[in-house]
Design a protein around this ligand. Structure first.
Ligand code: TYM
Length: 326
């Protein structure tokens, strides 16, 4: 079994990314062969400042290690350092239809109200399919905002296999029971995101303890006083319980029981502590690894490991297509 996933190098990685993706990456590296990349090719589908992109790419790589990814167990690499991603993306672009890409909600959201959009933004999900299929990954841990992209990946894999013969593994999307969609702290009807202009809407993994405290204490809740998990009626409290559960390892019913008869303030105060206690060692490790030569070594080693698999897949794909390989 093989697991593959990726994170964009755009801004600070937040609790949604951590709970929806990174935390699962760490759990899965012990269970199967693991490859995790930093998807810089995806990030340029929207404008980037080169110096920031450079910095953010290494930040995400360092955060991968800081949250517990072990380069002895997982290959950690930068997407653009394995050129086969772009190559397979083109081949899959020729299998994809404009109709199905037009239905992608992420594209609809990002291009909404614009007369014209970058072609890269439109074909973004095809590049994502290429990432996954290149490694014949069985498992793709992602948050629920990526579910539609995984479904497209499955469709493209099946379509290619039917046309050219069994080549790709059709990957699984396995949604989590809780945590697949962490909500914004200021507006629990929207997902926590890197692009929200309100910094207090999210907690980033590198936030100082004071910022974490402020963000949680200000988090929007409701006018009741009961601590109960009910995402429809009580989305704010349910979101805080989800974060609490992911960080403490306690189940949601355990937390509901623990806070029976308590006010929201008590829950928030404890959550601040739980989050800060978890973030502190991550931040310390980040500060150590980020400026080190070791980080670059890990990325080069990850690239070599990933490329060996990617080249093998490309040889097969080209053979199936009838390309002359010299
Ligand atoms: P990105 O960089 O937007 O997000 C990284 C991961 O974090 C998850 N996520 C969330 N999970 C729960 N709650 C949230 N509020 C939340 N916000 C983000 C995302 O679902 C994702 O798993 N297209 C991908 C990157 C990508 C990829 C891939 C992933 C490119 N190629 C191949 C898997 C496999 C993205 O933009 O993630």
């Amino acid at each position: 079994m093989r697991v593959f996933s990726g994170v964009q190098p755009t801004g600070n990685i937040h609790l949604g990314n951590y709970i929806g993706a990174l935390k699962q990456f760490v759990d899965l590296q012990d269970k199967m062969e693991a490859l995790y990349c930093i998807v810089d090719l995806h990030s340029i589908t929207v404008p980037q400042i080169p110096e920031e992109l450079y910095r953010h790419t290494l930040d995400v790589a360092a955060l991968y290690i800081a949250v517990g990814l072990d380069p002895k167990k997982a290959s950690i690499f930068i997407q653009s350092s394995v050129k086969e991603h772009a190559e397979l993306s083109w081949i899959l672009t020729c299998q994809a239809y404009t109709g199905e890409l037009n239905r992608m909600t992420q594209f609809k959201d990002k291009s909404h109200g614009k007369e014209s959009a970058p072609v890269g933004l439109f074909s973004y999900p095809v590049l994502m399919a290429a990432d996954i299929l290149l490694y014949k990954a069985d498992w793709v841990p992602v948050g629920n905002d990526q579910k539609q992209h995984i479904e497209l990946t499955r469709d493209l894999a099946v379509r290619f296999n039917n046309k050219y013969g069994e080549t790709f593994v059709v990957p699984q999307y396995k949604g989590m029971e809780v945590g697949a969609r962490i909500m914004s702290l200021d507006d629990p009807s929207a997902k926590m995101s890197k692009s929200n202009p309100n910094d207090f809407s999210r907690i980033s993994l590198l936030d100082a303890p004071g910022k974490v405290k402020k963000s949680i204490m200000r988090a929007t809740t409701d006018s009741e006083t009961v601590i109960r998990f009910d995402p429809v009626e009580k989305p704010g409290i349910s979101n805080l319980l989800t974060i609490y559960s992911a960080f403490s390892g306690k189940t949601i019913p355990e937390l509901e029981h623990q806070y029976e008869g308590c006010g929201y303030g008590a829950l928030k105060k404890d959550l601040v502590e739980v989050v800060n206690d978890t973030l502190q060692p991550i931040q310390e490790r980040f500060q150590e690894i980020r400026p080190s030569e070791e980080l670059i070594k890990i990325l080069k080693q990850g690239r070599d490991q990933a490329q060996a698999i990617a080249q093998q897949t490309m040889r097969e794909v080209k053979e199936r297509l009838g390309f002359v390989q010299l």
